[in-house]
Each structure stands twice: as structure tokens, then as C-alpha cells.
Design a binder for this molecule. Structure first.
Ligand code: NAD
Ligand code: TDX
Length: 351
């Protein structure tokens, strides 16, 4: 088959799991990983696949249209799996424009290149856009997001992802581009940058530092182990119906304060600390502006049509995650030096 696939954002958290899976599972595909290597991109995430003959890393910015066109012209990709994005809600509150540039303009640049270089045979190609459940806004105490839920984004991050989703659909409806989209709930697992809730809490508990919980910790997220997301992406890329959307979720709703308490108990065990020790680190801090109350996904379309289901319950996945962080000290200290320290001081007033 010898397919050439472009994965964008492959040096990030989810992208690195997707790249690893594709490189190992499809030796007859060539996987090109295009990544700008922002603060969130880290080639150490892909150490185990970097010397494989069917893998190539390309450093570049999806905002640079000339560069993207030249790359498509050189490699004539058969398909694209697009994950590159600015992905942290808190950063989108301090710098919205960066999110418009990468998430909206960057996505449109990729769509334009696909439209131009695939024009002769759209049916032989596929553009897969990876998106988030945050585009649907916030749920009350009941109900689930389905593929029909009206878009209602609240943060600059979710507004930029919603906009990119609309562009992807528009290129399908207007130009016939062969697209598929998925909207997934919160991921967790190895290689998660320690600015997001769970890796940040693991890092702080390990170092006996305060664990910041926004507001009263009442917000609810639906957690999915990252490798389950990578499995879903592989499946949807290969068998998803063109022009449609699939919701992906863990069916694992947790209040922030409850998941942090569970993590504290687990860390006490793993670090041989007296029970209750780590919970004392929990510190309630100023709430996030525009903080969505609850996300929860109905993934029955993906389960019924394509046969996917999450493989791990949160308790199991969290233990695997904690074990990974505790045995990958070097990775953690490398990503928490330098720029991360600066961000941390600003976001949490040096707490
Ligand atoms: P991440 O922030 O860990 O990684 C993003 C990657 O994109 C990084 O490697 C970064 O260097 C790269 N990148 C950023 N700007 C770029 C640019 N202009 N050009 C090229 N590369 C650039 O993000 P993640 O958590 O792995 O998320 C990946 C995708 O999945 C995103 O599109 C995100 O919206 C979506 N998503 C994430 C979650 C989650 O819980 N993390 C859930 C649902 C959907
Ligand atoms: O220090 C913190 N304290 C805290 O209480 C941080 C960083 C977060 N939180 C809260 C905010 C959220 O309710 O924890 C919850 C999870 O926060 P994040 O890890 O920042 O994730 P979230 O905002 O839910 O967004 C994530 O899931 C959807 C990803 O970052 C997005 O890219 C994805 O689209």
C-alpha cells in the first residue's frame, strides 16, 4: 500500500501516542510528523520510534502557508491526521490570538493544501480533523453531548476549535473535500504536559507542593485514557464515514475535587506516605474565567457504527499514569525546567 500520512502535532501529548501506534502498526505506511515544537511539543515523547524507517519528523509551522504547500507538493500525502493546536484553555485566556493563528489559520492552510494537491482524486484521500468536546459548551447536571448538540463554545480555545471544525465541514460541503472529524473528552496518560490538571497534580504531590484546584473543584470532566483515544483515531481514520463527526468519550465522569482526592490516595500508596498526607496539599485557588461546569460525551455512534469502546476505567488508567510519571523522572524534570517555570509563576502567583 505504501501510504504517506501526515500527522500534525505528533510531538505533543495525544499526537505522540497516535504516531507511535501508526508507525508500529503499519510498517507499510510512511508517517510524517509535522510539529512546530512549541512549549508543548517534545521529541523525547517519540524516542522509541525515531529511528524506524517508516517515520520522518519535519519541524514546521502550520501557520506558514508557503511551507505547508511546499510540503504537500514534495510528499503528495495520501492522508492527513490533524492534531496540531494550541490546546490549553488557561493559555487561551491570556493569549487568544495565538489560538486563532494555529487552530484556525493553521487548519485552513492545511485544508487549502489538501484541496489543491488532492484535486485530481479526492476519493483516494482523507483529511481527519481531531477536535474537542469543549466546542459544545457546558452541560448542567444531566444530559450528554451527542454529535447533534449545538456548538456553544465559551473559551477562546473552544471558540478557535469550533471555528476550525466549521471550516473543515465547510470544505467538505463546498469543495467535496473528504473529511472526517472527531470530538473527544479530556485525555490523561503518559507524556501529558504538566500544565494540565492531572500531570500538574502528580508533579506537585511528588514534590510536596500545593495542588491548585480552581473554585470549589465542582467542575466535572469525562476522562479518557490517551491510548484509547489513539485507538479511536486509528479506527475513525480508516473506517469513519466521510463528512461526519464522531464523539469520543470515556464514560468516566469525575468532579475535579474527587479525582484529585483519588489521586492523592494513590500517590500516598505509591510514595509510601501515611494515608491522608497528600490531601493536605489541596489548595483551592481563584476559579478559571468562564469555567465550563460539566462535560460528558455520548459515544454510542462510534461504539455502534465502528465497534470502539474505552478499554480502561479511570482507576486503572490513573494508576498506570502515576506509575509512568514516577518512573520517568528525567522526562518530567526536562519539561518542567525553563519556560514551564515561568508560566507556572504567572498562572499561580508563585504558589
Ligand atoms: P498538545 O498541546 O500536547 O500538543 C499540541 C502539539 O501541536 C505540540 O506538539 C505543538 O508543538 C504542536 N503545535 C502547536 N502549534 C503548532 C503550529 N503552529 N504548527 C505545528 N505544530 C504546532 O495537545 P494535545 O493535548 O496532544 O491535543 C492534540 C489535539 O487534540 C488538539 O487538536 C486538541 O484540541 C485535541 N484534543 C485534546 C484533548 C485533551 O484532553 N488533551 C481532548 C480532546 C481533543
Ligand atoms: O491547576 C488547575 N486546577 C484546576 O482545578 C488546572 C490546570 C485545571 N483545573 C481544572 C479546570 C478543569 O475543570 O481541572 C479541569 C481540567 O483542566 P485542564 O487539565 O486544563 O483541561 P480542560 O480545560 O478540561 O481541557 C482539556 O480537555 C479538553 C484539554 O486541555 C483540552 O485540550 C481538551 O480539548
Amino acid at each position: 500500500m505504501n501510504k504517506k500520512l501526515l500527522v500534525t502535532g505528533g510531538a505533543g501529548f495525544i499526537g505522540s501516542h497516535v504516531v507511535r501506534r501508526l508507525v508500529n502498526k503499519y510498517p507499510d505506511y510512511h508517517i510524517f510528523n509535522l510539529d512546530k515544537l512549541t512549549y508543548a511539543g517534545n521529541l523525547a515523547n517519540l524516542k522509541d520510534v525515531e529511528s524506524k524507517p517508516n517515520y520522518t519528523f519535519v519541524k514546521g509551522d502550520i501557520v506558514d502557508a508557503d511551507f505547508i504547500n511546499a510540503l504537500f507538493s514534495e510528499h503528495r500525502f495520501d492522508g492527513v491526521i490533524h492534531l496540531a493546536a494550541e490546546s490549553h484553555v488557561d493559555r487561551s485566556i491570556t493569549n487568544p490570538l495565538e489560538f486563532v493563528m494555529t487552530n484556525v489559520i493553521g487548519t485552513v492552510n492545511l485544508l487549502n493544501a489538501a484541496k489543491k494537491y488532492w484535486a485530481e482524486a479526492y476519493s483516494e484521500h482523507r483529511f481527519y480533523h481531531v477536535s474537542t468536546d469543549e466546542v459544545y459548551g457546558s452541560l448542567g447536571e444531566i444530559g450528554l453531548f451527542t454529535e447533534e448538540t449545538k456548538y456553544d463554545p465559551h473559551s477562546p480555545y473552544s471558540a478557535s476549535k469550533a471555528s476550525s471544525d466549521h471550516f473543515v465541514r465547510a470544505y467538505h460541503d463546498t469543495f467535496g473535500l473528504p473529511v472526517v472529524i472527531s470530538n473527544c473528552s479530556n485525555n490523561y496518560g503518559p507524556f501529558h504536559f504538566p500544565e494540565k490538571l492531572l500531570p500538574l497534580a502528580i508533579h506537585n504531590i511528588k514534590n510536596n507542593k500545593p495542588v491548585p484546584v480552581y473554585g470549589k473543584g465542582e467542575n466535572i470532566r469525562d476522562w479518557l485514557f490517551v491510548e484509547d483515544h489513539a485507538v479511536a483515531i486509528d479506527l475513525i481514520f480508516h473506517t469513519g464515514k466521510l463528512g461526519t463527526t464522531y464523539n469520543i468519550g470515556g464514560n468516566n465522569e469525575w468532579k475535579n475535587i474527587d479525582i484529585i482526592r483519588l489521586l492523592c490516595q494513590l500517590m500516598d500508596k505509591k510514595l509510601n506516605r501515611p494515608a491522608g498526607n497528600s490531601e493536605k496539599l489541596i489548595t483551592f485557588v481563584k476559579d478559571r474565567a468562564g469555567h465550563d461546569l460539566r462535560y460528558a460525551i455520548d459515544s454510542s455512534k462510534l461504539q455502534n457504527e465502528l465497534g470502539w469502546k474505552p478499554s480502561l476505567r479511570l482507576e486503572e488508567g490513573l494508576e498506570r499514569t502515576v506509575d509512568w510519571y514516577l518512573s520517568n523522572d528525567q522526562w518530567l524534570s526536562n519539561v518542567t525546567s525553563g519556560a514551564y517555570q515561568q508560566y507556572y509563576e504567572t498562572q499561580y502567583d508563585g504558589r
